[in-house]
Design a protein around this ligand. Structure first.
Ligand code: ZN
Ligand code: ZN
Length: 469
């Protein structure tokens, strides 16, 4: 065995392959929506993910460009937008331009089969196309609200296998033909297959300059895709493959955390590998992987970023090897206990018969107070094993997930704490909030700050406003 620190040995050593190695990943865009990493363009580049997002992170655009990590996110995040494109419709004059749902008209969602809505969108898109730079992607996406269920929309679904997406695809197809006829076939019309439009339409080819972004929102987060033990994901993956038959350059909007409970331990650290593998196999060209956004410093967010970033670059990597590698490198001498805790979470989820998406209740994952209390004991041993202040801080930050579980339904004041448990629950809450303060954990639920969680907990405990835990 040559000693490669010796340059003479290095010269003699036969290298296994030429050094001018080129690798072109399948994904043109890999956006991971965690501020923890998007705020660090240099580290993002090391993990080979892109470093831009709308709004607050655009401040890094110049820095990220210099290191090659910048990508214009607009073509890869097809956000809700059709109400803006329908500018000019007048719901006061004709209420039927808005979606009919649940016996009333929705204020935000237009009826996408209404001739006036279609005319307005076509007019505005054509006007924008006149001024658009080459290869623009126009985002024409249903609003994040229910579908229109008027008779005319229903008739369109009925023509295409009862798929509500048919009203969306008919509209974007028309727009794609319009810009083509203007001599601008370079412009793409991008839309989401999401929620009520996730099911693909039958007998409705999609124009070549339409881009489809499939959102896995209703997929089950705890299982892979295409495996028979998860009927939700079997059906969703069948839909994905049908979309692939309609447009072969799909991009995806995928989800990592539970938006209803940011502090819980990740329930998908094993399933994310098979899920991303399946999306790669479906021809994925880009992804917006929606994490907690501004909800920084969540327990194990660092591990999820590490695993996801590697798999987006190379889906052939073994996901659990990445998990184990992260734990060993990050927690050092405390790694055995962290492995033990993750095995507890994994076992719990595997033994749980349910399925849930990225907005689930803890009980849907089988994550009970008892699992939390068992986890806390593991973390106490992990803290004792950690050899450096840095390792202790990392372990403590990860332990927030166990404390969250141990507070169960009291944490969000789903029910009041009974008298006999008050002292124990208050002690757990005090420990949890001390740690979330120390580690600058920003949110406990999508868009809701930790202060709100403290107030919920005070109410469950019958404490006064602003009373210290
Ligand atoms: Zn309608
Ligand atoms: Zn499932």
């Amino acid at each position: 065995m040559p000693d490669l620190r010796n340059p003479e040995d290095l010269r003699r050593k036969q290298l296994p392959r030429p050094l001018d190695y080129t690798y072109r990943p399948q994904l043109e865009c890999r956006l991971i929506y965690y501020t923890d990493i998007m705020d660090q363009p240099e580290f993002s580049a090391r993990l080979r993910v892109n470093t831009t997002a709308p709004g607050f992170l655009s401040k890094h655009e110049e820095r990220a460009k210099k290191i090659g990590g910048f990508v214009d996110s607009n073509p890869y995040i097809l956000v809700h937008s059709v109400r803006g494109w329908a500018e000019g419709i007048d719901p006061e004059k004709d209420p039927t331009v808005m979606a009919w749902w649940n016996d009333s008209r929705l204020p935000s969602q237009p009826c996408l089969s209404h001739p006036d809505v279609i005319d307005a969108v076509r007019r505005n898109v054509k006007a924008a196309a006149e001024k658009a730079s080459p290869d623009s992607v126009f985002r024409v996406v249903q609003e994040d609200a229910p579908r229109c269920e008027c008779d005319r929309c229903r008739a369109v679904w009925a023509e295409h296998g009862d798929a509500a997406s048919a009203v969306v695809i008919r509209l974007v197809n028309q727009l794609a033909r319009d810009v083509g006829e203007m001599g601008r076939p370079d412009i793409k019309i991008g839309t989401l297959a999401y929620a009520w439009s996730a099911g693909p339409p039958e007998d409705l080819p999609v124009e070549p300059n339409v881009r489809i972004q499939f959102a896995t929102y209703h997929g089950c987060l705890q299982h892979g895709y295409g495996t028979p033990d998860c009927p939700t994901n079997v059906k969703m993956y069948r839909d994905i493959l049908t979309w692939k038959g309609l447009r072969d350059d799909l991009i995806f909007w995928h989800y990592t955390p539970n938006f209803a409970d940011y502090l819980q331990p990740p329930m998908n650290f094993e399933s994310i590998g098979p899920q991303l593998r399946a999306l790669h196999d479906a021809g994925m060209k880009g992804i917006f992987l929606q994490g907690p956004g501004s909800g920084i410093n969540l327990p194990f967010a660092d591990m999820m970023i590490y695993v996801a970033a590697h798999l987006l670059w190379n889906p052939d990597l073994e996901p659990m090897r990445l998990v184990n590698e992260f734990v060993d490198l990050h927690y050092g001498s405390a790694a055995p206990q962290i492995h033990e805790f993750l095995a507890l979470v994994s076992r719990t989820i595997r033994d749980n018969p349910g399925h849930s998406n990225c907005n689930g209740h803890l009980r849907e994952w089988g994550l009970s107070r008892e699992v939390g209390l068992e986890g806390i004991e593991i973390f106490k041993r992990a803290l004792a094993s950690a050899e450096t202040p840095e390792a202790r801080a990392r372990v403590e930050k990860a332990s927030v997930g166990a404390y969250r579980l141990a507070l169960g339904e009291y944490f969000k004041n789903e029910k009041p704490v009974p008298d006999e448990k008050r002292e124990a629950i208050r002690n757990l809450a005090r420990d949890l909030f001390r740690m979330t303060d120390t580690h600058n954990v920003a949110e406990y639920f999508e868009g809701r700050r930790m202060e709100v969680a403290k107030n919920n907990m005070r109410q469950a405990l019958g404490m006064a406003e602003d009373e210290a835990f």
